[in-house]
Design a protein. Structure first.
Length: 281
């Protein structure tokens, strides 16, 4: 289903979309300013919201065996992507690229039928995306459950992210020391609110930060500098002892977190009724 450029205020709901080709995708419906006709588009997605497709309701759809389940690109803002089921995709379940103000909620994104050792797959991706709400989604079976790339001001709450290789990945570039580069997309991971999520049984990390200086000599800096910090407090990590962190919580039996992750508390029960606060010293 392809929402063409400037498609506003459409409702796409209750459709079953499955088994598209991985190179070219023939879309069943093409929507442009409310007019519906058949069409094709070279983008292997179940549902595509193209440039400035805003205020649309994408709900209750079932999408299976696509390259990308739902893709919103380039200023496709204020859309509601709610209660969809996306399974067995080969790149991304729901991908938001260069958008803001979208609601991604109540979706089931299950990739347990795909060999993630063969494909690099992501559950939910926010790429250059700002002030979105991501809540009450279930994400499992991916290389990365929720992948956040150069995105800030997002509210990410009450998601269940489990049985992925990495639960969350936060990926940011540092343009500050590169003269002549656009610095408007600087590092602001701390502006994302990530609370009351259930992050558990992810094999490598529950949360991993990736900090990159894009120069020609040495692109990756590890550990990140002190200015780079993601607040991962107030989540459930699969064990009452909290997430494993080499320094902040070396006795944690829950999912591991990397450097660049700040913790001052975590929930000690899966129902998230009681917080444990790390003693200050």
């Amino acid at each position: 289903i392809y929402l063409e450029d400037n498609s506003w205020s459409n409702s796409i709901s209750g459709n079953t979309i499955e088994n598209e080709e991985l190179i070219f995708s023939d879309f069943d419906i093409k929507v442009s300013r409310g007019d519906i006709s058949r069409g094709s588009f070279i983008e292997p997605s179940g549902i595509l919201l193209s440039w400035d497709s805003s205020y649309n309701d994408i709900s209750g759809n079932t999408i299976n065996n696509h390259y990308i389940g739902i893709l919103a690109i380039e200023e496709s803002n204020q859309n509601s992507i709610i209660n969809n089921t996306v399974s067995d995709v080969y790149y991304s379940g729901i991908l938001s690229f260069d958008n803001q103000g979208n609601t991604i909620s109540g979706n089931t994104i299950d990739n347990s039928g795909i060999d993630i050792n063969e494909f690099e797959v992501y559950g939910i991706e926010l790429v250059y995306s700002y002030y979105n709400s991501v809540s009450q989604n279930t994400v499992n079976g991916y290389e990365v459950g929720i992948n956040i790339v150069e995105s800030y001001g997002n509210n990410i709450q009450e998601n269940s992210v489990f049985e992925n290789i990495e639960g969350f990945v936060m990926f940011y570039y540092d343009y500050n020391d590169l003269s002549g580069r656009d610095t408007t997309r600087g590092i602001a991971p701390e502006s994302n609110v990530i609370v009351r999520n259930k992050i558990y049984n992810n094999t490598d990390y529950g949360m991993y930060t990736d900090y990159v200086v894009p120069d020609a000599i040495n692109s990756r800096v590890s550990p990140p500098p002190p200015s780079f910090m993601v607040d991962a407090s107030r989540n459930w990590w699969g064990d009452a002892s909290g997430p494993y962190h080499e320094f902040a919580n070396p006795d944690g039996l829950g999912d591991a977190v990397s450097g660049g992750v700040y913790l001052n508390s975590w929930y000690i029960d899966e129902a998230m009724t009681e917080l444990y606060h790390i003693p200050f010293n």
